[in-house]
Write a protein that binds this ligand. Structure first.
Ligand SMILES: [Zn+2]
Length: 254
């Protein structure tokens, strides 16, 4: 129809009519493309929102797993506490600390000095976004940066756990006579509720044991460093998701 009108205007050599008709075609195409873009964009925003909500649930699960199973911030706090007790043991052994009386909690820390775990899985929705090439659907730069830092720190932690796990030095296996474990240990998470006994005098006098404990403490130092980074990255992801989704947790950061 419009082509016929343009042809007829051309025949009449009516240039202004030709221009108007062409303009109508161009504007029509432009509006059509804009509506199409707008529809695509709206669909993408709906999909993006669904992905972000799922990511938020998974982050919450990862964060609350610790709290539900081992009290608040299990992992990091527990590892830090273990490290503190081992430092006290070493201080006592080296004569730097003459006040502290070593007890069952110190014994538990020595036993746990070779345990490295993070008890988390990589966010499944993030795996899905990456695998399907849809990561670019997320518009918010802060979320993208937080997710990328989370990925880096999670991979770093995985590597650390694997490499440390490969060279674990189990002190109770190497020095069995220096430990006497409480059988309730298998049922209780709270380390204060059961008593593992250590022969601290024998430990102190044994140079090999001292060396091994120092090595375990050094490995633990790097593990705690990497775990701290990963936990911080997960919390950052949570913070940016909360902001984007307008979620508030009533003052609690998790
Ligand atoms: Zn939240």
């Amino acid at each position: 129809m419009i082509i016929r009108r343009i042809a007829s205007a051309l025949k009449r050599q009516d240039l202004s009519q030709v221009i108007i008709e062409i303009m109508i075609v161009v504007v029509g195409i432009f509006i059509g493309l804009q509506v199409d873009d707008w529809n695509n964009d709206r669909e993408e925003r709906v999909t993006e929102r669904a992905y972000l909500s799922r990511l938020h649930s998974e982050v919450m699960q990862n964060l609350s797993f610790n709290a539900d199973n081992f009290e608040e911030f299990l992992l990091l706090e527990n590892f830090k506490a273990t490290a503190k007790y081992i430092d006290e043991v070493l201080d006592v052994f080296e004569g730097i600390d003459t006040e502290t009386v070593l007890n069952d909690r110190h014994c538990m820390a020595i036993f746990a000095s070779d345990i490295y775990n993070h008890q988390q899985s990589y966010l499944p929705t993030l795996t899905e976004l990456i695998a399907s090439g849809q990561l670019s659907i997320i518009e918010n730069e802060d979320i993208k940066i937080a997710l990328s830092e989370y990925t880096l720190s999670f991979n770093g932690l995985e590597l650390q756990v694997t490499s440390l796990g490969n060279v674990r030095l189990e002190l109770h296996a190497k020095y069995p006579l220096m430990f006497k474990f409480d059988r309730r240990m298998r049922n209780l998470v709270d380390t204060d509720q059961y008593s593992n006994h250590c022969d601290f005098d024998a430990m102190k006098e044994n140079q090999s044991f001292n060396n091994d404990l120092i090595v375990n403490r050094a490995k633990q130092f790097y593990f705690i460093l990497v775990l701290s980074k990963q936990q911080q990255a997960l919390q950052n992801v949570h913070a940016v998701l909360d902001e984007e989704l307008g979620i508030s947790h009533g003052g609690a950061s998790q």
